[in-house]
Ligand binder design. Structure first.
Ligand code: NAD
Length: 333
């Protein structure tokens, strides 16, 4: 049993990670800046703390006494958030910097950093038939403005803390992750959750139209959360020193993603395309040659299967939201 700090534990991916680590028998300290009642999942067996990890002192105090650190804390969201909050995204550099310093000073055994496919050079993502981004495609650097540059810089810092201070750092570049217990409204949600929400709301209200950001031909791959958690743990305890892609290679267009959700919902909608909305790069996919070579595995949960579970979870949330709104209206709360 190890003592493990999970940063960003009130968020989507880290909430699942905390559960997995507890199931494996570890003593987990779960930290997030959000008040506890806003965490997607709260594991009662964890030591749950509400702290701002941009502050060096908070990082030191919470890392002290732990064996390992997983850093998944960041001020982030889907394209709608990162295109309009570049400075806020870059301030997350304070979280990783102070966690690295604390980990060095407190003698942490291993440190995991959650990077992103947004580190990749934009010039390699102009074709919707993207053959897959290789790890080497991050350089020469032309990362996603704001969010992507912060990730690339923090990756680099992890590397130099390993080289100069001997801190065992591991890095995964996540490609879009989706699943239950994540953001589905409020402006930070990503495409899979946003499309599920729009289709569910339309089917509940009888609306016949869906608005899609961009022309719908832009492509992405989406990784189900269970694959992501397995990949995080396998990469953390591997000997792989360089950043590794952690993503699905099942690339689809946004139109195909909408088709999948409509099939799940058994509800067809007329599509309107908002060409002014944030849409990100034209084509992005994960090249999984390296992860297959090093770990003998790649994320493989089919998109249709993962989207069904995600859709069902979001539907329940929306039904609950609607009931509590009705409740609030009835009692004038
Ligand atoms: P999330 O927003 O659900 O979780 C991030 C958590 O970090 C949030 O709960 C947030 O409150 C917390 N946080 C932010 N600032 C903090 C601070 N100052 N101190 C403490 N906690 C703070 O996001 P997620 O989807 O779970 O992503 C987790 C990590 O994976 C992030 O680093 C993200 O950049 C990275 N990532 C995610 C995806 C994806 O598709 N979800 C893709 C690429 C990379």
């Amino acid at each position: 049993m190890k003592k493990i700090l999970v940063a960003g534990a009130g968020g989507f991916i880290a909430g699942h990670l905390v559960k997995r680590l507890i199931n494996q028998g570890h003593a987990v300290r779960a930290v997030d800046i959000k008040p506890l009642n806003k965490w997607y999942q709260v594991s009662e067996q964890a030591d749950n703390l509400v702290l701002d990890l941009r502050l060096r002192e908070n990082c030191h105090n919470t890392v002290n006494g732990q064996h390992e650190v997983f850093n998944l804390a960041a001020d982030m969201g889907g394209m709608g958030f990162i295109e309009n909050n570049k400075a806020a995204c870059m301030i997350s550099v304070l979280i990783n910097t102070h966690l690295l310093i604390a980990s060095r000073d407190c003698g942490i055994d291993r440190f995991f950093y959650a990077s992103s496919a947004c580190v990749y050079n934009g010039d390699k993502q102009t074709d919707p038939n993207n053959p897959g981004l290789k790890e080497s495609d991050a350089y020469p650097a032309l990362a996603e403005d704001g969010y992507g540059w912060e990730k690339l810089f923090s990756e680099r810092m992890c590397r130099h803390f390993r080289e100069d201070f001997g801190l065992a750092t591991r890095i995964a570049r996540f490609h879009n992750v989706y699943g239950p217990y994540g953001t589905y409204d409020g402006g930070r949600e990503k495409a899979p959750a946003a499309i599920c929400r729009k289709v569910i709301e339309a089917s509940v209200t009888g609306k016949k139209e869906i608005v899609i950001w961009g022309d719908g031909h832009q492509t992405r791959s989406f990784m189900y959360i269970d694959d992501c958690i397995k990949g995080i743990i396998d990469i953390m305890y591997s000997d792989i020193l360089e950043p590794l892609n952690l993503g699905s290679s099942e690339m689809v267009s946004i139109n195909q993603l909408v088709d999948i959700v409509e099939d799940i919902a058994c509800y067809k909608l007329a599509r309107t395309y908002d060409l002014q909305a944030p849409k990100g790069v034209r084509g992005r996919n994960s090249d999984n040659a390296l992860i297959k070579k090093y770990l003998g595995w790649e994320p493989s949960i089919p998109l249709k299967e993962g989207m069904k579970k995600t859709y069902d979870w979001i539907k329940v949330q929306i039904e609950q939201d609607r009931r509590s709104e009705k409740h609030a209206n009835k009692f004038n709360i």
